[in-house]
Design a binder for this molecule. Structure first.
Ligand SMILES: Nc1nc2c(ncn2[C@@H]2O[C@H](COP(=O)(O)OP(=O)(O)OP(=O)(O)O)[C@@H](O)[C@H]2O)c(=O)[nH]1
Ligand SMILES: [Mg+2]
Length: 456
């Protein structure tokens, strides 16, 4: 970490300005060697001031720039930082970067600025991970959650639990090490009470992981129905492109088709499935079984029924599959002669959104999008942007921590000796420490930061 790193921090391509930045002990010296102020020496590079001038290679002008210097420790990396604002486009940024590299800087690795911020104590690990989530956010909502995480919403919760664990561990150690002292001994009841608090707090965080998954991967929306009702037509209509094959032959779709769309900031993963029916065709049968099994993992189901045909056994089977799921029902092909209507259908299913549609004529699709939006924002999927666990690594650590605290609770019931309990308590404390980065290995750090872009 003693060397000075440099990288292009803006996206490569045509743009108004481009930014090249450096971090490290020598950043200022390197910049001074290559910057010439246009207004003369009075306008040298100074802490937290913008200077206007040229970047030069010997006497040759590379570009006209603004340059800023931020003195450690109050910077992103907690090191000296220099930023050079040059013209956008590929050439100026590359030339300036090359010059800095030839003058003693080293090309930064992916995420190395943020890694330094973490190693220098400016951010904890979950905050550093929030930075990458922000950069990769595809929707307002996931950006908002990442921003909260960067502000410390998750870190605060984790630290609260770790503090409690630490005080339990300290009490146990005192009781073991200084039994003769007149210190109030910790009782099994005290420990049980605190362990239960720890357990509930971990569980509360874990319960947000599903919402986090929705924000990260999109609302898992599965289109279900018997063959030929218009599932693939709906997928194409939502995507506004001809993604899936549509024919009037029942059994057209054999496999699962997944696509991502964004409806008013709501990320959706839309899954088209094979029409559900009894079939002897091996390929189709596998598709039907797949369709049935993904119902389990769906956040939302759009079940389509074709009102131009009688409600069949397959339809009834589908109604049975979706009974306890969040579902929107489409009664499709209303442009044809309808054999039944909403009121008739309500006999089979209660408390669900039912929408009449004609997908081929584009009728009812706006109501469908409205319903999805209403369900999402009215909190049916429970997306609140408090501390939400969006990161699989965090979820795994929380699960490990939960196991450990549960084993502490079991041991407390069995009244095992205090020093035996301490091991699981410490493990729990360390599991959570891996989220904030207090106890985390080099290999995990490398893996996390390698996901970043260069220059961040
Ligand atoms: N009249 C009418 N036809 C429709 C409507 N929606 C879809 N269709 C037609 O119904 C047929 C089947 O549509 P698909 O979208 O392939 O149906 P599917 O549910 O994906 O069928 P499988 O993949 O076989 O399960 C096609 O000929 C569509 O043009 C509609 O609202 N009205
Ligand atoms: Mg289809």
């Amino acid at each position: 970490m003693s060397d000075t790193i440099a990288a292009i921090s803006t996206a490569i391509g045509e743009s108004g300005i481009g930014i090249v930045r450096m971090s490290g002990k020598n950043a200022l010296n390197i910049a001074r060697g290559k910057f010439v102020s246009i207004k003369g020496d009075n306008f040298k590079i100074e802490n937290r001031k913008l200077s206007y001038g040229h970047i030069v290679d010997n006497d040759h002008i590379i570009d006209e720039v603004l340059i800023s210097f931020m003195k450690e420790p109050y910077t992103y990396t907690r090191e000296n930082m220099v930023e050079i604002y040059c013209h956008g486009g590929i050439i100026p940024v590359k030339k300036i970067l090359e010059l800095l590299l030839n003058s003693g800087a080293r090309l930064a690795e992916a995420g190395e600025f943020t890694k330094r911020a973490f190693l220098n104590g400016r951010l904890d690990l979950s905050q550093a991970e929030a930075v990458i989530d922000m950069i990769k956010s595809k929707t307002d909502k996931s950006f908002e959650v990442s921003l909260n995480q960067l502000e410390g919403s998750l870190s605060n919760k984790i630290n609260e639990i770790r503090d409690l664990l630490l005080s339990m561990i300290a009490h146990i150690e005192v009781s073991i090490d200084y039994p003769e002292e007149d210190i109030e001994e910790i009782t099994y009841e005290d420990l049980e009470k605190d362990s239960n608090i720890v357990k509930e707090k971990i569980k509360a965080l874990l319960s947000t992981a599903d919402r986090g998954k929705i924000l990260r991967d999109g609302l898992n929306t599965v289109i279900l129905g018997k063959p030929n009702v218009g599932k693939s037509s709906l997928l194409n209509a939502i995507l506004r492109e001809n993604r899936a094959i549509v024919t009037d032959i029942p059994g057209t779709t054999r496999d699962i088709i997944e696509e991502y769309v964004n409806i008013d900031g709501i990320p959706l993963k839309v899954v088209d499935t094979a029409g559900i029916r009894d079939t002897d065709n091996l390929v189709e049968k596998i598709g039907v079984d797949k369709a049935k099994s993904i119902v389990e993992d769906a956040d939302l189901i759009i079940a389509i029924f074709d009102v131009s045909t009688e409600l069949s056994d397959e339809d009834i089977e589908i109604i049975d599959l979706i009974k306890d799921k969040k579902t929107i029902i489409l009664l499709n092909k209303t442009d044809l002669q309808s054999l039944y209507d909403k009121d008739y259908f309500k006999k089979y299913i209660k408390n669900m959104h039912i929408i009449s549609t004609s997908i081929t004529n584009g009728i009812g699709l706006d109501i469908l999008e409205d319903s999805i939006r209403d369900m999402f924002y009215s909190g049916e999927f429970n997306i609140k942007s408090d501390a939400i666990v969006t990161n699989l690594r965090h979820k795994n650590q929380l699960e490990k921590a939960l196991k450990n605290i549960e084993s502490v609770l079991n041991d407390l019931k069995a009244q095992v000796p205090l020093d035996c309990l301490e091991v699981d308590l410490k493990n729990c404390w360390e599991n959570l420490g891996e989220i904030s980065g207090d106890s985390v290995g080099e290999d995990i750090l490398d893996r996390i930061f390698s996901e970043f872009c260069i220059g961040k």
